[in-house]
Design a protein around this ligand. Structure first.
Ligand SMILES: *Cc1c(COP(=O)(O)O)cnc(C)c1O
Length: 429
C-alpha cells in the first residue's frame, strides 16, 4: 500500500555497540521484538525512518530556553527555523492560530494547560480514568487530582458512550474552571460541539485532549475540535506517528498565556531533536498518503471489531469510530490481565484495561484495549483482520481452557505474517 515506506537502516548502532554492548544488545532485541510481533497497544505506532533519524540527531546537544527569536542562549541559527517550521506546520495541519510544540510529553502539556487557565483548588471536570479518561484529567493519584478540586463524568451503562447529560449536570453543579474531553480508552467519536455548549453555559475553558486521535483529526477522519475547544492538547506519538512529544494548540488570544505556562512556567530547555522530528511528522501527516493511512486505521479497527464480535467478544459501546476497541472479557470467563499476558507470549501486544463499571480492581481489570495504528503502519489491511481476530480468540480461549501449545503456535503464525510486512524505520534483517 502507498503509505508504507521502504524500511531503511536507522542510525547505525556501531557506536553504541562499541561503547555499551549491553544497551546496544537490548536496543537490537527491541528492534526484533517490534519487527516480529503484532503491536496492538492503541497508543503506540511506528515512526518513519525520517522521524527516527531526526530524534537521533545532534539537536540533542542544544540548549534553547525561550521561543524562536526570544532565546536565552546564543547559537540558535538552526534551532529557531526548526521550531518555526514545526509550529507553522502544526498551525496549518490543525487550522490553529497558535501552536506550542515544546511540551515534553502529553502529561506535561496538560499540566501547562492547568497552569495557564486555573489556580490550585479550582474546580475541574474530566472523564473518569476507569471510564476511559486520562490520569491528568483530574484523577486522584495524579497531581491534577490532588491540586485541583476535580470531579469526573463517565459513560452511559446502556450505550457505553459518554453521558453528556451527566457532564452538563456536574458542570452546572461544580462550575469547573476547566472541562477536559478526550481520553485513552474511548472507542467512539468525541462530540466537541456538545462539550463546547456545556462549557459555554458554565463559563468553563474547554480543553480537548486529542492525544489518541490527533492523526485521525489531522486526516479529517475524526471531527476537529477547532472552533469548539478553547485549547487543544495532544501528544505527537500516537496516531499522529511522530516522536514522543506533545503540542498545545489555541487561538491567538491565548498564545501568550499558553507559551508562558510551558516556559518558564513548567519547563526549561525544549528537546530540539523532538521538535525537529515533530516537524517531520507533521510534514508527513499533511500528505495524501497519511490520509489514506488514517482511513485504513479506522477501517481496520471497524473490521476487527466486527470480526471479534462474530467470535463472541463483547465490545464496549458495541464497536468503534476510531483506532481502538475496548473489549470486556467478562463473558469469556477470562480477566484482562491473564489474557493480555497470554497474548503477549503469543506475539500480540495489548494492554489490560478497565471497562466502564468494572467490578474488578484496576490492577486486574475485566478488559483489554486493542488498537490498529501500528499494524496499519506496516500495511496490514482489512483483509487481515479476520485472522487477527481469530488469533485473539484462540489465545483467550486457551487461557480459559488451559490448553497448551496455542501461544507458541500463534506466535509462529504472527511472526510469519509480520515478516512480509516490514515495519517503517526498522532495519531489515
Ligand atoms: C497518552 C495520553 C496523554 C499523556 O501522554 P504522555 O506522553 O504519556 O504523558 C494525555 N492525555 C491523553 C488523552 C492520552 O491518551
Amino acid at each position: 500500500m502507498a503509505f508504507v515506506e521502504t524500511p531503511s537502516p536507522t542510525v547505525p548502532l556501531d557506536a553504541l555497540r562499541d561503547t555499551d554492548p549491553e544497551i546496544a544488545a537490548l536496543v537490537r532485541a527491541e528492534e526484533r521484538l517490534q519487527g516480529e510481533t503484532l503491536r496492538m497497544i492503541a497508543s503506540e505506532n511506528y515512526v518513519s525512518a525520517a522521524v527516527l533519524r531526526a530524534t537521533g540527531s545532534v539537536l540533542t546537544n542544544k540548549y534553547s530556553e525561550g521561543y524562536p527569536g526570544r532565546r536565552y542562549y546564543e547559537g540558535q541559527q538552526t534551532v529557531d527555523p526548526i521550531e518555526e517550521l514545526a509550529c507553522a506546520r502544526a498551525r496549518a495541519l490543525f487550522r490553529a492560530e497558535h501552536a506550542n510544540v515544546q511540551p515534553y510529553s502529553g502529561s506535561p502539556a496538560n499540566l501547562a494547560v492547568y497552569l495557564a487557565f486555573a489556580k490550585p483548588g479550582d474546580a475541574v471536570l474530566g472523564m473518569s480514568l476507569p471510564m476511559g479518561g486520562h490520569l491528568t484529567h483530574g484523577w486522584d493519584v495524579s497531581a491534577t487530582g490532588r491540586w485541583f478540586r476535580s470531579s469526573s463524568y463517565g459513560v452511559r451503562r446502556d450505550t457505553g458512550r459518554i453521558d453528556l447529560d451527566e457532564v452538563r449536570s456536574i458542570a452546572l453543579h461544580e462550575r469547573p474552571k476547566l472541562i477536559f474531553c478526550g481520553g485513552t480508552a474511548v472507542p467512539r467519536a468525541i462530540d466537541f460541539a456538545a462539550f463546547a455548549e456545556i462549557a459555554r453555559e458554565v463559563g468553563a475553558v474547554l480543553v480537548a485532549d486529542i492525544a489518541h486521535i490527533a492523526g485521525l483529526v489531522a486526516a479529517g477522519v475524526h471531527a476537529s475540535p477547532m472552533g469548539h475547544a478553547d485549547v487543544v492538547s495532544t501528544t505527537t506519538h500516537k496516531t499522529l506517528r511522530g516522536p514522543r512529544g506533545a503540542m498545545i494548540l489555541c487561538g491567538a488570544e491565548y498564545a501568550k498565556t499558553v507559551d508562558k505556562a510551558v516556559f518558564p512556567g513548567l519547563q526549561g530547555g525544549p528537546h530540539n531533536r523532538t521538535t525537529a522530528a515533530i516537524a517531520v511528522a507533521l510534514r508527513e501527516a499533511a500528505t495524501p498518503e497519511f490520509g489514506a493511512y488514517a482511513r485504513a486505521v479506522v477501517a481496520n479497527a471497524r473490521r476487527l471489531g466486527d470480526e471479534l464480535a462474530a467470535c463472541g467478544f463483547d465490545l464496549v459501546s458495541g464497536g468503534t469510530d476510531t483506532h481502538l476497541l475496548l473489549i470486556d472479557l467478562t463473558s469469556r470467563g477470562v480477566p484482562g490481565k491473564p489474557a493480555a499476558k497470554a497474548l503477549d507470549r503469543a506475539g500480540i501486544v495489548v494492554n489490560h484495561n478497565a471497562v466502564p463499571f468494572d467490578p474488578r480492581r484496576p490492577f486486574d481489570p475485566s478488559g483489554i484495549r486493542v488498537g490498529t495504528p501500528a499494524l496499519t503502519s506496516r500495511g496490514l489491511g482489512e483483509e487481515h483482520m479476520p485472522r487477527v481476530a481469530e488469533w485473539i480468540d484462540r489465545v483467550v480461549e486457551s487461557v480459559r481452557t488451559g490448553r497448551d501449545g496455542v501461544e507458541e503456535q500463534v506466535r509462529g503464525e504472527v511472526r510469519e505474517l509480520m515478516a512480509s510486512y516490514p515495519a517503517p524505520g526498522l532495519p531489515v534483517d
